[in-house]
Design a binder for this molecule. Structure first.
Ligand code: NAD
Ligand code: ZN
Length: 388
């Protein structure tokens, strides 16, 4: 190995800055932390930029149950550069530009080898550990030597992080890193849901409940697939103008539906219901409306939103008998290592609109301002730059 590709920190902890979520619902605190070197099958990466997804906000507020953990380093949309690698790491080298992804892809298990789903049978069921292969072992310590929890196997609100190779995708150097960061979660989830899970076909009608980044990415995926009518449903009226950039053709503000249910309005607009509906908020009541807004006999609903309280869903038995489909999806049904490079290609060919998702860019130190923008519905994705 030549000197230029050798990290001076290799094999040693790195001292750097991270934004720590110390207590539920409280602002993040920027602190000095230590990041341990990577173990076998792991890579330590220097984060270049990161963005915020609604899931970060959900977990920041979570105050009970096994998923509520503090102190924690949140963040799971980012691009980084490989700083050092553990043993048994094939396919990654120092200085590679990489995309960490919360959803695993071991490439070896039965499901990773099958084209039927993206549910990696080896790893995907296990959401609770800190590190993919080492249980609750953490690679982060605060300045008092106390361990800090990881988040979704990524923890990108830190200048350095350690990621398992099952959660890492090598990126083309052609795509700007701020655009690529969007592919770690929100945009891929939405585009993938239209492309892989629903398999939207030309001329079909769709309804998207919630026009945040995930919902708008569903619209974008459906637009790329040639969908005819794309109905956006959102309480924020500004989302219609924004949605047009991603192919939204019609808009419903639930607050203006009067006595009618949203599903009734959609059925009237489409003479019987949409072919596909997508729930991208995480509200059980909205899921019922999304389900009832699809066409009897063939309609399909894809559940993307995550309800903070994980409330069980109840659907009308007769509505199911009438031939409607419903399914959930993690990471839009995409297999990260196979499908992310395809999305990058679509972006480079100027087919996939990533640019319009970036509404704000701030310094990492301004992370709490970025949370405010997301919560107030003023931003889609806010890119936080580590070195600016
Ligand atoms: P976001 O906060 O950017 O967008 C949510 C949108 O929903 C906003 O435009 C808001 O105005 C709208 N909304 C809120 N309440 C509404 C209501 N009652 N009726 C209509 N519209 C309403 O969030 P996001 O980053 O796009 O994420 C959306 C959801 O997807 C979250 O629940 C997130 O946790 C989940 N998610 C799931 C996956 C997955 O793999 N399944 C991946 C990423 C995010
Ligand atoms: Zn697998």
């Amino acid at each position: 190995m030549d000197k230029a590709s050798f990290s001076i920190h290799e094999g040693k902890p790195i001292r750097c800055k991270a934004a720590i979520s110390r207590k539920p619902g409280e602002a993040l605190v920027i602190e000095e932390i230590y990041v341990d070197p990577p173990q076998p099958y792991e890579v330590r990466i220097k984060i270049l930029c990161t963005s915020l997804c609604h899931t970060d906000y959900t977990f920041c507020k979570l105050d009970s149950g096994p998923l509520a953990r503090f102190p924690r380093i949140l963040g799971h949309e980012a691009v980084g550069v490989v700083e050092s690698i553990g043993e048994h790491v094939d396919g990654f080298q120092l200085n590679d530009v990489v995309l960490p992804v919360f959803h695993p892809h071991c490439e070896e298990c039965r499901d990773c080898k099958s084209s039927k789903s993206n549910w990696c049978a080896r790893f995907a069921d296990d959401l609770l550990p800190n590190t993919r292969r080492y249980g609750m072992t953490s690679r982060f310590k605060d300045s008092f030597g106390k361990e800090i929890y990881h988040f979704l196997f990524v923890s990108s609100f830190s200048e350095y992080t350690v990621v398992d190779i099952a959660h890492l995708v090598k990126l083309s150097s052609e795509i700007p890193v701020n655009k690529a960061a969007l592919l770690s979660c929100g945009v891929s989830t939405g585009v993938g849901a239209a492309w892989k899970v629903a398999d939207v076909e030309e001329g079909s009608t769709i309804a998207v409940f919630g026009l945040g980044t995930v919902g708008l990415a569903v619209a974008e995926g459906a637009r790329l697939r040639g969908a005819g009518k794309i109905i956006g449903v959102d309480l924020n009226p500004d989302k219609f103008e924004l949605g047009k950039k991603f192919g939204v053709t019609d808009f419903i503000n639930p607050a203006l539906c009067g006595e009618k249910k949203i599903s009734e309005v959609i059925k009237e607009m489409t003479r019987g219901g949409v072919d596909y509906s997508f729930e991208c908020v995480g509200l059980p009541s909205l899921l019922t409306e999304a389900f009832n807004s699809t066409r009897t006999g063939s309609g399909k609903t894809v559940v993307l939103g995550i309800d903070k309280d994980l409330t069980p869903t109840s659907l009308g038995c007769l509505d199911l008998f009438r031939g409607r489909h419903i399914c959930g999806s993690m990471f839009g049904g995409l297999k990260p290592k196979l499908d992310i490079p395809i999305l990058v290609d679509h972006y480079l060919k100027k087919e996939l609109n990533l640019d319009s998702f970036i509404t704000h860019e701030l310094k990492f130190e301004e992370i709490n301002k970025a949370f405010d923008l997301l919560v107030q519905g003023k931003s889609l994705r806010c890119i936080l730059w580590m070195d600016k």
